[in-house]
Design a protein around this ligand. Structure first.
Ligand code: UT7
Length: 323
């Protein structure tokens, strides 16, 4: 059977680092509160000329270089983002053009913080369905541009950045020992819309709007939703927490990450945490964390890696893959 195997990875961050201390002069907050409640110590914020497409392009170029490929070798680009450069055209098409690619196709997927999971799932379906051989999947965001910088309950939590992987069709046996994506699990439920949303849009206010979140309410749902899709991945493949080499979760809050790992019996030494460095970068957080742990040699070829996310919508999902 055909498997979608990770052929390359890359990431890009804005130049500017903003620490918790820097935020103390903007809103009524403290480094102590932010670290204690979230684990975040700093985040990267896009400056002039840095956009979702420019960061996504840089991450895509890094992934192509890592894979030893060029854009001529790709069939499809999928960009997961909720902060596109323009309402349309899609950021993926913008990045396709920036990469000098004028064949194949490119489109965006929008599932907020779960966007990368939805993007990888879509790419895997294209590859297994024989519609594409190599897909560049990018998670890229500039959440700083939709934050209300006077709202301390949200503005301290998010950051900007981009990460990417290239998935390639390779022949597998169908066993869990195959490299590549082994299972994907997606969920959504629009009943929770008001708990995490942006209060504007082209069809309602004609404005971009600002992110609004009832943090405590989102928190209450997060661990249950995350464990649901992780357990579904274990059931679908007959694997258990003991088989995992790495859990690479969406990086929203250290307490959610630790709570989910504990509930599933996954030791914290097997969990990749970058929320301290990047803050919550929404759809970019998983590929940024993947890039960090693959670049520093923690994630190695053949490792069993579980990705999971939960975010606005609500949307949530998991991907189990062998690196
Ligand atoms: O990525 C998409 C999914 N999003 C998430 O997973 C986020 C989920 N939620 C969370 O991570 C947490 O709920 C937060 C980090 C957002 C908040 O932590 P919390 O422990 O739930 O705090 P809280 O909202 O219950 O607020 C506690 C107190 C409040 O004061 P009172 O009402 O107790 O007097 C807040 O006003 O902390 C206050 N507070 C702050 N204080 C200093 C809220 N924001 C801040 C702040 N600095 N930045």
């Amino acid at each position: 059977m055909i498997r979608s195997v990770v052929r390359g990875f890359g990431a890009a961050l804005p130049k500017q680092v903003v620490t918790n201390l820097d935020l103390e002069s903007k809103v009524d907050t403290s480094d102590e509160w932010i670290v204690q409640r979230t684990g975040i110590r700093q985040r990267y914020i896009a400056g002039e000329g840095e956009t979702t497409a420019s960061l996504g392009e840089a991450a895509g170029r890094a992934a192509l270089e890592n894979a030893g490929l060029t854009s001529a070798d790709l069939d499809l680009i999928i960009v997961a983002t909720s902060t596109p450069d323009n309402t349309f055209p899609a950021t993926a098409v913008n990045i396709q053009n920036r990469l000098g690619m004028h064949h194949g196709a490119a489109f965006d997927v929008q599932a907020v913080c779960s966007g990368f999971i939805f993007g990888v799932t879509t790419a895997d379906a294209y590859i297994r369905g024989g519609l594409a051989k190599r897909v560049l999947v990018i998670g890229a965001e500039t959440f700083s541009r939709i934050l209300d910088w006077t709202d301390r309950t949200t503005c301290v939590l998010f950051g900007d950045g981009a990460g990417a992987i290239i998935l390639e069709a390779q022949e597998g046996t169908g066993a869990n020992s195959d490299r590549g994506v082994l299972t994907t699990q997606l969920r959504s439920d629009g009943a929770h819309k008001e708990k995490l949303y942006v209060d504007g849009g082209p069809s309602t206010t004609g404005t971009v709007g600002h992110l609004r979140m009832e943090g405590r309410e989102v928190f209450k749902h997060a661990v249950g939703m995350i464990t649901d899709v992780i357990e579904a991945a274990f059931t679908a493949t007959g694997t258990t927490a003991d088989d995992l080499d790495w859990l690479v979760p969406h990086q929203a809050n250290r307490r959610i990450i630790d709570g989910s790992a504990k509930k599933l019996g996954i030791p914290l030494e097997k969990v990749v945490v970058t929320v301290d460095l990047h803050g919550n970068t929404s759809a970019a957080s998983i590929p940024l964390a993947l890039n960090t742990a693959a670049a520093d040699g923690r994630i190695k070829r053949g490792d069993l890696v579980l990705l999971e996310a939960m975010g606005g919508g609500f949307t949530w999902g998991s991907v189990l893959l062998r690196w």
